[in-house]
Ligand binder design. Structure first.
Ligand SMILES: Nc1ncnc2c1ncn2[C@@H]1O[C@H](COP(=O)(O)OP(=O)(O)OP(=O)(O)O)[C@@H](O)[C@H]1O
Ligand SMILES: [Mg+2]
Length: 250
């Protein structure tokens, strides 16, 4: 790997599920170091299927994925999973230990961290998401928004190259949604964010991709894409009533 390699490079990625349903038809995209990019698209477009290829949960039928220059392949999945932090839509898919501390420590402990170094990593990740006081709580006693934050902390504790979030704002109350945005904005990490929340995409991501029918059909400035009525209508993307993308400061 070199600093010149993008955080994420996807080339010609195609995938059919075992039942024969083809979800991806040749996806090409590049995300540079430190970029924050929104991945938009209607239900069934293939967004989650794409995300599952980024750390090798699914493996390509055709095409390649590279993370900071390293190909996603069976013999380097350990390193790929350290580099690619995926926050799943449902935090309950991610939290399974008796305490928040153990959940956040799980990944770094697997990498071999122990003792004070491990505890420091856990505390730092929890502080980043505003959950420093919750280390001893059972995750299942927390609110949904708090569990979402802990799920983000479990991923940050791995110090990933790229943070991938599938619908991070769904089911959050307005204050939690804004607080998560504040957190994401301050992180010094590459972000790929799948979302149906178009104002959130505009607020957080200078660039957006539209995935439709298993291919990338648009790639550009988020505001420009949201202002493109034909593109939006063609791909079932609708702005909330009364929301004007040109009213949001750059
Ligand atoms: N396990 C599976 N087996 C077969 N087909 C699947 C499977 N999972 C998803 N699909 C199909 O693949 C296509 C892409 O699904 P995917 O979940 O990637 O869409 P998405 O863009 O994430 O949608 P959403 O916005 O609803 O989350 C859909 O047509 C879906 O029906
Ligand atoms: Mg999905």
């Amino acid at each position: 790997m070199s600093d010149a390699d993008p955080s994420l490079a996807v080339r010609g990625l195609a995938y059919a599920y075992p039942d024969g349903h083809q979800a991806l038809f040749g996806v090409d995209l590049t995300v540079g170091r430190g970029e924050r990019v929104a991945l938009l698209g209607p239900n069934g477009a293939g967004k989650t299927t794409l995300v599952l290829h980024l750390n090798g949960i699914l493996t390509a039928g055709a095409g390649t994925v590279h993370v900071a220059g390293l190909p996603v392949a069976k013999d380097n999945l350990r390193e790929i999973r350290r580099r690619v932090g995926i926050v799943f839509q449902d935090p309950d898919d991610q939290l399974f230990m008796p305490t928040v501390r153990e959940d956040v420590a799980f990944g770094p402990a697997n990498l071999g961290l122990r003792g004070a170094e491990l505890e420091a990593r856990v505390q730092h990740a929890l502080a980043q998401v505003g959950m420093a006081g919750f280390a001893d709580r059972p995750p299942h006693h927390l609110s949904f928004g708090q569990r979402r934050r802990v799920a983000v902390a479990t991923v940050l504790a791995m110090e990933p190259e790229i943070l991938v979030l599938d619908e991070p704002s769904s089911n959050l109350d307005p204050a939690s949604r804004r607080e998560l945005a504040d957190i994401l904005r301050t992180l010094d990490v590459t972000v790929l964010m799948v979302t149906h929340d178009l104002p959130y995409a505009l607020e957080l991501c200078p660039r957006a991709l539209v995935l439709a029918g298993g291919v990338v059909v648009a790639d550009g400035g988020t505001r420009d894409l949201l202002l493109d009525r034909d593109l939006m209508a063609a791909h079932r993307l609708e702005l909330p009533y009364g929301f004007d993308p040109s009213s949001v400061p750059a």
